[in-house]
Design a protein. Structure first.
Length: 731
């Protein structure tokens, strides 16, 4: 029985459409409904009948990054992968497909170890009733930490298959091999059994334990190739289902009254204009005020008639005062890295450079808004959610409803972008409370204005750097403090004898959270401009200056050399007026080097990024084309925070409310993008979803300086800020 069939036969209410198996992806289907109360993972294993199951055990998760609370019994009986009597393999993963391509790359990992074609692997992702507990899909952790567990489980399954065949033939396991879904005798390849034949009539359940070693990477045939993404057809044809596409009988759409500013509190709501309207449902309880209808536009029109009074929210600080506020309210913080002696570095410096760098609040701005659909049957709750944390969503909904977590099941369809912003699940909590209040399934889909208001923004931040050069033009001093962005990417990787890096935070008037490569965009923007600033003062080409301060065997040095060759870079004293920029960085175990070419319109201040070259060393690339897609996506998204994205606010009032006020990169803005993977068949796989974004602010800023001689220290580098910097240069 396949997962789609299980959903259709066991969980579907009469009248709901069956789950489509068109893509082999449950996330691309229309899930039928909640499991009846009492269904457990043991029931699930029993329902699937025969097969070979490899399970997670609680101890296996204990060392996993970000492990949180869970149910030991549930984890103990959670299938990790299953080999069915028909030879197909189903993988159960708590990770979520956000567009990053893991639906394909994780399947490649399993298919490689079991020597199966890719289409023999079925992925079940983000289903909290059936998949192992997982902290969430973020931090470029999937390939680094989750894929190795899958690889080990698949090797275990391969070992079980070999043992079963050895027992049947009364041969030593060492005399057997596996290939293309069969176990065969090495000395007589015609003597073979399919995986399905070995699994037929048996139900073998094994926990994940140290067993056979995974395949030697030197023998890989599928990992390292770039098959077409398994979700590609569904997404380009519109067949893929997102939470907002799911419909249930009797479903209501909700529009929710929200405060005008963070910190404001509801005093009263006048609902008299909407109470009693045909087809309109009103909920007012414990601060939650919502209007619901069977059509979303009717719910929105009714909400507009509600009159509400709120207490004032915070009025300070505003956009102009935020940076002083963050520094003034910061705590002592902590030292993230240090070496040598700062006083000695100061004495050795013939010139000291002190500079501050700033970045504004930035929104996640995913195309798909936060959406959730909740249905309650007695004490059993099913949630379809656009979320990066289905298990976190399960806990949040259970707490809101006062139910045990095992009564809540979260199903995660495709997610239309997250970037860290779908880590919290307020929309699911709202939908759950409204479903309980109305007794009907409820869908909550935030408007774009809601998205900007409720977002957990990339924090506004300040970086202060004090650095120094000695008489030979070498960096001998580095004193670095980051306020409010976090320490990710803050410690430098250059050869500097006397250095210290500190991180601290002030009080933010707006909610903040993870934003693609959290903190690293800010820290790389500051560090790589400071390096460029010193190179220019020393009269040394910025690429050459970096090479002088990088160890000979540093991976980032290889990236820089490769990127410079691909770019066709020729050294020149800065500013060369060519509009060339360079920046380096590291994130999620991956090293990146960027070179860019820009043109600056001195009359309007508009910056045109003409070309970006990125070399990335991410260890072994499971799916090279998928990795390059992620690099291109990072570069595109990075144009936004570098040149235009900025949340306007005053105190707790968010004044940015639509894309009309928040310019995102368009296709017409894109430069020529060239990407190259450095040593893509060497080393353990590292993160690829975030590294290529971290240098975009810095490489563009450095290119603007090279083109004009003007430095910009504030992200985003809007035309107004460019003109201001140009005026100072010309004065």
């Amino acid at each position: 029985m396949r997962y789609e069939e299980y959903l259709a036969e066991e969980f579907r209410d009469p009248g709901l459409p069956s789950a489509s198996a068109a893509t082999g992806d449950p996330a691309a289907t229309e899930p039928g409904g909640p499991a009846p109360a009492g269904v457990t993972r043991r029931d699930f294993l029993a329902a699937l009948g025969a097969g070979i199951f490899v399970l997670f055990h609680w101890d296996d998760l204990a060392a996993a990054p970000g492990r949180g609370r869970g149910n030991e019994e549930a984890i103990d009986w959670n299938a990790f992968l299953r080999i069915a009597p028909d030879g197909r393999v189903t993988v159960f993963s708590g990770k979520v497909e956000l567009g990053q391509g893991i639906h394909t790359s994780l399947a490649q990992t399993v298919a490689e170890e079991l020597d199966l074609p890719l289409d023999a692997i079925e992925m079940v992702m983000g289903d909290t009733d059936l998949c192992p507990w997982d902290a969430g899909t973020f931090g470029s952790l999937t390939t680094r930490f989750h894929a190795p567990l899958l690889r080990t489980a698949s090797a275990e399954a391969r070992g079980i298959l070999v043992q079963l065949a050895a027992e049947q033939w009364n041969l030593p396991p060492a005399s057997l091999r596996v290939k293309e879904g069969r176990v065969f005798v090495a000395a007589n390849p015609s003597r073979s059994l399919t995986y399905g034949r070995l699994a037929r009539g048996r139900r073998i359940v094994r926990r994940l334990e140290p067993k056979p070693q995974p395949e030697d990477p030197g023998r890989y045939t599928l990992v390292g190739t770039s098959p077409v993404r398994r979700d590609a057809v569904a997404k380009v044809t519109g067949a893929a289902k997102y939470t907002g596409d799911i419909r249930l009988p009797g479903m209501l759409y909700a529009r929710i009254l929200r405060p005008p500013a963070h910190g404001a509190r509801l005093v009263r709501a006048d609902l008299s204009a909407v109470r009693g309207l045909p087809g309109i449902h009103v909920v007012e309880e414990d601060g939650l005020v919502a209007v619901l209808a069977e059509q979303p536009d009717r719910a929105g029109a009714a909400l507009a008639q509600v009159k509400a009074e709120f207490t004032p929210g915070a009025t300070e600080p505003g956009e102009q005062e935020i940076y002083d506020h963050l520094v003034r309210t910061a705590g002592e913080g902590r030292v993230a890295a240090e070496g040598g002696d700062l006083a000695a570095g100061t004495r050795a410096s013939v010139e000291v450079f002190e500079q501050s760098y700033y970045n504004a609040y930035v929104a996640h701005a995913a195309m798909e808004p936060h959406t959730a659909l909740v249905r309650i049957d007695g004490r059993r709750v099913t949630v379809w959610a656009s979320t990066q944390r289905p298990f976190g969503c399960k806990e949040e909904v259970a707490q809101a409803l006062g139910l045990p977590a095992e009564n809540v099941r979260v199903l995660t369809p495709f997610v239309g972008g997250g970037f860290g912003g779908k880590s919290y699940n307020l929309q699911a909590v709202q939908a759950a409370r409204l479903a309980k209040a109305t007794g009907r399934p409820v869908q909550v889909a935030w408007t774009r204005e809601d998205e900007f208001f409720y977002d957990t923004f990339r924090p506004a931040a300040v970086v202060q750097i004090r650095s120094g050069l000695d008489s030979d033009g070498r960096i001998v001093l580095w004193d670095y403090t980051v306020y409010n962005a976090g320490e990710r990417g803050a410690p430098h990787f250059y050869t500097i004898p006397h250095h210290r890096t500190r991180g601290t935070s002030g009080r933010s008037p707006l909610p903040t959270g993870a934003w693609r490569a959290p903190g690293n965009n800010t820290n790389t923007f500051a560090r790589e401009q400071q390096i460029d600033l010193m190179a220019a003062r020393a009269g040394v080409d910025p690429v050459e200056f970096r090479l002088r301060h990088l160890a000979a065997d540093a991976p980032v040095r290889r990236c820089l050399e490769v990127a410079a060759r691909l770019f066709g870079y020729q050294p020149a004293k800065p500013p060369s007026r060519r509009g060339y920029g360079v920046a380096l960085g590291t994130d999620a175990g991956t090293w990146v080097a960027h070179l860019a070419e820009v043109a600056v319109d001195r009359q309007t201040g508009k910056v045109q990024v003409k070309r970006v070259v990125c070399a990335q060393d991410m260890g072994r690339a499971i799916n090279p084309e998928g990795a390059r897609m992620q690099m291109e996506g990072c570069i595109t998204m990075g144009l936004g925070y570098a040149l235009g994205e900025e949340v306007r606010f005053q105190g707790g009032e968010v004044r940015t409310r639509s894309f009309a006020e928040y310019p995102l990169p368009r296709f017409s803005d894109l430069p020529r993008i060239e990407t190259l993977l450095v040593n893509p068949t060497e080393g353990a796989p590292q993160g690829g979803g975030e590294p290529a974004i971290i240098c975009m602010g810095a490489v563009i800023a450095n290119a603007i300086f090279d083109a004009t001689g003007a430095r910009l220290y504030h992200l985003p580098m809007t035309p107004e800020r460019v003109l201001e910097a140009l005026s100072k240069t010309e004065a």
